[in-house]
Design a protein around this ligand. Sequence first.
Ligand code: AMP
Ligand code: GLY
Length: 425
Amino acid sequence: MNILLLGGGGREHALAWKLAQSPSLETLYAAPGNPGIAQHATLVDLDAADHRAVLDFCIRHSIGLVVIGPEAPLVDGLADNLRTMGVSVFGPNKKPAQLEGSKGFTKDLCRRANIPTAAYVRVTSKDGAVAALDDFALPVVIKADGLAAGKGVIIAETRDDALEALDTMFSGAFGAAGEEVVLEEFMTGEEASFFALTDGSAILPFGSAQDHKRVGDGDTGPNTGGMGAYSPARVLTPDLEAQVIERIVKPTVDTLAAEGIPYSGILYAGLMLTSEGPKLIEYNARFGDPECQVLMTRFDGDLVELLLAVAQGRLAEQGPVTLAERTALTVVMAANGYPGTPEKGGAITGLAAAEAQGAKVFHAGTADKDGTLVAHGGRVLNVTATGDSVQAAQAAAYAAVDAIDFPTGFCRRDIGWREIARETA
Ligand code: AMP
Ligand code: GLY
């Protein structure tokens, strides 16, 4: 079968790497792809925002499955337009993708389905927000409703900070994403992510992970898309995972199906493990980046068969997903300046030496410049290794990082610290 993969980051390199291992794959096409993805796929010049062009490509190249990596095309309704024309797609339609596209949509769904989450109120004006603020203790969480590339969440410690945040949101700093705002109760606990495949009725757990969102060691500095991750998240015990499926994932899938907008794809639940049990922070409608890289490293099966079963509504026929027991850990190497303006064009060498140590290096933001690999984005490489413990996986990943020469880049040196502290306690 021919497959079209949309996206060009580390998540899509990990997906391409696994898809390419499937015996049923004939040709993998990727748009826009990157030099890492190009090791497994034919890169094509195709704009995911041009739905007609994507559809034409699918027809001309007999595409049996389109795998949509990032959230923007999902929220934009690309999956709907392809499905309508009979193309199998991995990824939800526009309406159920509102789980990621609108924080208010998800909060309202939680209310209807009685899913544990932070108390909230949706507001559409600054005056309305200020009036509602008095109902919340401090700190209070203020979120732009729409997609804001991970930047639309402000945790305000004081009322003045909250007023300033509301000013920022309603003055258009997040564009249309900030025209509506969600105020939320601040939850305390440890964060973990849980992934499940669903075709709208069957649900298949796809493992857990924890990431490091802050740019600096010790979880300091500004938020990023994620500076590293590991899987499994052992803090999400089998008992807690069962609670997450029963109280959060299943009611979500069932309610959307009952309301006529079934969700098909990967459901990525961001969780807070509170003293009252796991609560939903947010949903994403796609694999996490870099969480996907550690999940794919542990995944031991035929990814084409599995994603196709989701796309075609045959997930109930599939056995459980097999993930290796070993921990996978990925370190993000970013370009200097990230998460602000990253320095582009810095040369990178040593990838073969890193992989010779047993690690896998996924390309996240690289480009090929006249035969030299250069940085071409904020997050540039995802150096991924496995081990019998988080500590062993971390040691293997940093040994590989140290084999890479990337003078205009940096990485955190403490990915996995929370788990390692528990392992060595
Ligand atoms: P989100 O984009 O909704 O995942 O939020 C980004 C980050 O903000 C989360 O990973 C949490 O660290 C934090 N956060 C969001 N909502 C809450 C909340 N209600 N209570 C505490 N922290 C939160
Ligand atoms: N690493 C967080 C995300 O993919 O949203």
